[in-house]
Ligand binder design. Sequence first.
Ligand code: ADP
Ligand code: MG
Length: 217
Amino acid sequence: MDVFKSKQQVSTYIIHSQEEEIKRIALELHEGVGQNLYSILTGLQFVESAAQEPHMKNYLREMESLIEKTIQEIRLLSVELHPPALTTLGLLPAMKSYIKLYTSTFGILVDLESTGKEKSIPERNNIAVFRVCQEALTNIAKYADTSHVKMNFIWNNDELKITIHDFGKGFQLEEHDDHHHSSGLAAMKERMLLTGGQCTISSKIGEGTSIELSLPL
Ligand SMILES: Nc1ncnc2c1ncn2[C@@H]1O[C@H](COP(=O)(O)OP(=O)(O)O)[C@@H](O)[C@H]1O
Ligand SMILES: [Mg+2]
């Protein structure tokens, strides 16, 4: 029992340090790299306005639009790594903004519904649940072969329930259970267990895959 407890503490510690590191990288991308690119863009615009030769001017304009595109990509990457809304606004708004990005990237519509009164969740659990949903949605984009996902947030007094159903092609769960080298699905279960909650995965060939999460509040 003692061993199990300390193993759980080690997992929690490792996940927490990784999340801190991801947050640092996301901020550095946004504030550091993003800001520097913005300064370079401003400098180029200045040089362009002073340039006389037409094809030098054209070349500088091309460089500017390339840098603008890069700034945009860095912004998206940073949000994907660590959505600022997760800390400031909470799980549901962060999920909504992630879904916007997801739909525009993969062309998969996510119908998100929330019932009950939204509650605030401690940061560690917030991140855990967010990552588990992110992994579920990534799997759907990779494997489900679907264009429609239904996601439900159900807020009860002492529990948040989240269900994700993909209406996709489904898969044989037995081949991908815990004894298999399936890191994504196993990590989803592990992360939910560390929050004191649960993650249940079910799938039927031809009908799709369902993920059910529960988090004690
Ligand atoms: N929503 C889904 N629809 C269909 N197949 C899925 C879905 N989610 C997972 N799978 C199947 O389960 C396997 C294991 O998923 P996962 O553990 O996340 O590993 P990975 O994403 O690294 O392949 C996938 O390779 C895929 O075959
Ligand atoms: Mg996966």
